[in-house]
Design a protein around this ligand. Structure first.
Ligand code: BGC
Length: 819
């Protein structure tokens, strides 16, 4: 029932990218005028303006000394061009730059404002989104360039989340590769394809930390950890923005949702978050900082209230932190109608107040609420918003438009669009990212051998389940321009590999609905086969992503019944889980010999899966979220505090039998530990860890504190940590070697472990490699009791480990007077 209630929301959000007014479908001929770039019009306008010289100098201001400063935004000349243009703009035109609409859709409750052409011509809009075709983008851009008074180009945005036409694994899957270089390449492909279609702004990456699998948007991010999340944030930004933002194939990145959205209480989407300042700075802000540090030029504010203040009107996060502490020079866009939502949040009783609060807090651009359009003029005229504040917001937006080269090259070459899509190297990359994203959770012996990899001739295989031949589902929750016909499903790939005679396919069940007859047919197919592959899980468009929170995390519909009846036959069974979150499947993890988490793998789902199933590739994905045993454990994350009553050394598999077992931080009916820990994933080989060495066992805390740099990219190593990692098996493999740190004796309690490094290492059978990490001072730094990011004296344990629950450790001391 619940799924139906929510599904229209999801459908309507995925429709957003597909709806465009048919009038734009008409191809427009380029007029002679359009051959001139907007800079031309700008130049003429400026030369004709008597106030030109004045406006150029009078509005120049001392530039701040930013911590985060994208060189493209501060390139010589950009600020002068912005000032010159601002000097020419009237108030209405300035406000127009702060307004964004989704093409062809009514904007804002009750306004029904859809006349895109008219608005563009009047200069009432600065950005449009959900136009995905170069000809349509050009047609709209032509109105801005040729017909609006100041010829300011529009910036076209889109939710380019995990690919554009070449769809890669969902971001949670991409993060499970622990391979930022690969993720950067995937984002580059997305940028090439999207920009060829006229899109120059990706509403991505989603860098919200997600620690509760009930929250459907966990699928869209990099999981629970700020260190890994920061690495992935940087990779996405670098991939989208490329070498320089001005290149025609670069996209402006937009890390989102600022901030705390992933901490929605109860995992219920859009719900409020309560986050202490310590946790905000320690856990939720770092991926945003990393994304901006890597050069992201825009940012999206979020829907949720944070400590009672809606994030789209939160001066503390949007101004104090973002502008004053971080020196961000790009612009902030609200999330979809989140300015209008300040009214139901309860901090505004009318649109004017909502617009004023959001604007003064630091939201520069209004996504679809229509409230800036309706109210900013009066708010300025009545003295409630000073015009220089409007100028500042416009300046931030124009900076980005100049840096993207939109003034000089506003149009997209329509002739190159088709050829940019699905290029062979892009498809090969989609296959590799998918292979690296799969996490092998279980691989138990069947007749004395781990079930996987399968022999090349496994006999007849029964392929069962709703996800076995469902191309649309492989595209995940944000499908971009991905098309089902681009997808190779598991059924297609398996049939190609083994021959149709050796594959017996039975759907067995839908995701949510099924019948006993379908299950019986699947059981029959399994009975007649030598081996069973079950492809089960969630229906991505309905059950994952936005507005898809779940209170139950098992297999939906009849799938658990299907699973148990098939497994009861006693055949070897491989279960492949397709999902946007970990699923609580205690029975499966106790009874199914092989289980692979495949997330939603994208266009190359089938070939990537068969590569892994038959051992042509060795599983190397690792979990980026702790996998719960039961929903009651959520929120669940490895870098938790120890508490004053840790349950160390007690068997939590049974209820407490005495007071020593009872008065501990524990459940009486479930272990504390996850089903599978963060960082976990099996391989077809095994690894041994040993011999952890540190370059010193004493460091001065004060000295480390003095070496901290605001940009982690600039920090110098202060400690070398190494360990021997051996491939003890018979297959070549890649291992994700992880480094964790614990600090004890500090002014605030810190987690039992925190990730501070990772590397993907290739190892031949029998090979031992000394894996070395160089740690900078920030590996030991944290937000202390005085709200300072610093290093304090502490006892430190460092693990080099295959996951967050195991590994070999060594210790050192950070010296100095203890707090
Ligand atoms: C989502 C954003 C998205 C925006 C535009 C919102 O509902 O929260 O992540 O970028 O819509 O489509």
């Amino acid at each position: 029932m619940g799924f139906f209630a929510g599904s229209w929301l999801v459908l309507s959000s995925s429709l957003r990218i597909r709806t465009g007014p048919s009038r734009f479908l008409r191809s427009c001929r380029r007029s002679a005028l359009a051959a001139f770039s907007p800079s031309f019009f700008l130049l003429i306008a400026l030369l004709l303006s008597p106030g030109y010289a004045f406006s150029q100098t009078s509005s120049a201001r001392p530039s701040p000394d930013p911590v985060i400063n994208n060189p493209d935004l501060s390139a010589p000349g950009v600020e002068q061009k912005v000032d010159a243009l601002l000097g020419r703009m009237n108030l209405e035109e300035k406000i127009g730059q702060l307004v964004q609409y989704s093409v062809g859709q009514p904007t804002g409750p009750g306004t029904g404002r859809t006349g895109d052409n008219d608005m563009i011509e009047k200069g009432e809009v600065g950005s449009l989104f959900n136009v995905t075709d170069a000809a349509k983008v050009n047609a709209l851009q032509r109105i801005a360039i040729e017909k609006s008074r100041l010829h300011i180009p529009l910036i076209f945005g889109l939710d380019v989340i995990h690919g554009f036409r070449t769809t890669f694994p969902i971001p949670l899957g991409l993060s499970a590769t622990w391979d930022p270089a690969l993720v950067q390449q995937a984002a580059r492909v997305a940028a090439r394809e999207a920009s060829a279609s006229g899109v120059r702004w990706a509403f991505s990456p989603m860098v919200d930390i997600a620690r509760d699998a009930r929250w459907g948007r966990m699928a869209e991010g990099a999981g629970e950890d700020p260190f890994l999340g920061s690495a992935m944030a940087r990779a996405f930004v670098r991939g989208y923005q490329g070498e320089t933002l001005g290149a025609p194939d670069s996209l402006a990145a937009c890390p989102k949702h600022f901030v705390g959205y992933g901490a929605a209480e109860g995992g219920r989407d859009y719900n409020s978050a309560e986050i202490s300042q310590h946790t905000l700075r320690q856990i939720y802000l770092p991926p945003f900082h990393a994304a901006l540090d890597a050069g992201a030029v825009t940012l999206m504010s979020s829907f949720n209230a944070l400590d009672g203040v809606p994030a789209s009107a939160n001066p503390f996060t949007l101004t104090d932190i973002l502008r004053n502490e971080w020196g961000f020079q790009g612009f902030v866009v609200s999330d979809w109608s989140s300015i209008g939502e300040l009214i139901p949040h309860g901090i505004a009783n009318d649109g004017a107040t909502a617009a004023k609060k959001a604007f003064l807090a630091g939201v520069d651009m209004d996504m679809v609420s229509n409230l800036y359009h309706e109210n900013l003029l009066n708010l300025v005229r009545s003295g409630q918003i000073p015009e220089p504040r409007i100028d500042e917001a416009v300046r931030r937006i124009l900076r980005v438009k100049f840096a993207l080269g939109l003034f000089d090259h506003p149009y997209t070459d329509e002739s190159k669009q088709a050829a940019a899509m699905l290029q062979p190297d892009s498809i090969a990359l989609a296959r590799k990212t998918a292979e690296e994203s799969f996490v092998l959770l279980r691989n138990s012996p069947v007749e004395n051998h781990p079930l996987l990899p399968l022999p090349s001739k496994p006999g007849t295989v029964a392929l069962i389940g709703p996800a076995a031949d469902d191309p649309g589902n492989m595209l995940g929750c944000w499908q971009g321009m991905g098309r089902p016909q681009d997808v190779i499903t598991l059924k297609t790939a398996l049939t190609e590999k083994l021959g149709a005679d050796h594959v017996r396919y039975a759907r067995g069940s839908g995701y949510l609905h099924g019948s006993n007859a379908d299950i019986a047919a699947a059981v029959e197919a399994a009975t007649q086969s030598d081996l069973v592959i079950l492809a089960l899980g969630e229906n991505a468009p309905e059950m994952t992503g936005e507005a898809a929170s779940r209170a139950h995390l098992g297999l939906p519909g009849h799938q658990e019944k299907l699973l148990e009846e098939v497994v009861a036959l006693g055949k070897p069974v491989v279960l492949i889980l397709f999902s946007g979150r970990p699923l609580t499947l205690p029975w499966a993890f106790g009874h199914v010999p092989a289980v692979l988490a495949a997330w939603f793998p994208g266009v190359q789902a089938g070939p990537a899966l068969t590569d892994i199933l038959f051992g042509e590739a060795n599983p190397s994905g690792r979990l980026t979220v702790s996998w719960p045993r039961s929903v009651g454990q959520e929120p669940l994350y490895y870098d938790a505090l120890n508490t004053g009553r840790p349950a160390d050394g007690v068997d939590l598999n049974h209820p407490p039998t005495d007071s020593k077992e009872k008065f501990l931080s524990r459940y009486i009916d479930e272990p504390n530990s996850p089903q599978f820990p963060f960082g976990f994933g099996l391989s077809y080989t095994e690894f041994r860890y040993g011999n952890v060495e540190l370059s010193t066992n004493k460091l001065s805390a004060a000295q480390l504190a003095s070496q901290l740099s605001p940009s982690a990219q600039e920090s110098n190593p202060v400690l070398t940590v190494s360990a021997d990692v051996t491939n003890t098996g018979t297959r070549a493999a890649e291992e994700v070697v992880q480094l964790y740190v614990r600090l004890q004796g500090t002014s605030v309690a810190l987690p039992v472990r925190a990730l501070k490094g990772f590397q993907r290492v290739s190892l031949s059978p029998g090979e031992t490699r000394k894996v070395t990490f160089q740690l900078g001072p920030e590996a030991f730094a944290f937000w202390n009791i005085n709200n300072q990011f610093t290093v304090e004296p502490a006892h430190v344990t460092i693990w080099i480990a295959p996951d967050s629950a195991h590994g070999q450790s060594a210790t050192l001391d950070l010296t100095g007077p203890m707090n």
